[in-house]
Ligand binder design. Sequence first.
Ligand SMILES: [Fe+2]
Length: 279
Amino acid sequence: MLSLTLRKWFQIDAPSAEDLAVFHENGYVAFPEALTEEGRQGLAEEILRCEQIVLFLRMTDEERGRLGKPHQMSVRPWNDKGPWSDLLFDAPLVRALLRATIGEAYHFCHSTLRVSMRGAGGLGFHQDNQPVNLAERHKWYIQMLYYPTGFRRGDAGLSVIPGSHRIADWGAYAPYGPKGEVVTPAFLAEQYGEQVGRAFQAEELELPPGSVVFLNARTFHAVSPKPADSPQEVRLFSNVIFKEPGSPHRNTQVIPPTWMERASPERKRLFEREAYTPT
Ligand SMILES: [Fe+2]
């Protein structure tokens, strides 16, 4: 563990003033190739070692065809971490971004991973900011998106609607509008363009392997399907989510006792918060 923490995981340890300005203006900022090659490979290997992913990739096409989503496997929460993914709780860049945005006090919410194969379906525009207490929707909820294999535009690619984090009174549950409308940039422009004072247009991203996106979960985002003839066999993805202190979100996970036992005082502060329970 010691040798890993001494190795470089990120190419950068802190955002620039311009990175932070872009984040506040657009609701997200991308860091292309932010991971070192060693970190990128370490994360990819740990995702591919996860038991549910191993079993999924071992299935025959016929076996996968019986699943609800035969071309992708998601794991939430992702608890079976190795030393590389463990660093994503509090690596220097992670800490610097969260402190600059939320301040000194913030909590780990949960983390997920997803493996998408050719033919995987997409995800429409949505927000992910759903605290149990909706009165806390103004509080920070941040997603750190890791793409060890990267993605091309339109190939399980992330799209965002810059500026849509500023919509103040969005009360609907993702991915639908207040009356069940499918969310599109045109719909947001019509309903909220005047309020926010800017045009809404989707931006289709394309990021090389090892890239990271720092996303305000109020920013509407979508994922395109993965074409059956995609040149990329699988897209690997992990999402590590942090929140401002307050009520749990629907996916705020229970912290495994082993994490708490070996946590440093700083990490304990990250983990000591209420988890979501259905009751
Ligand atoms: Fe999302």
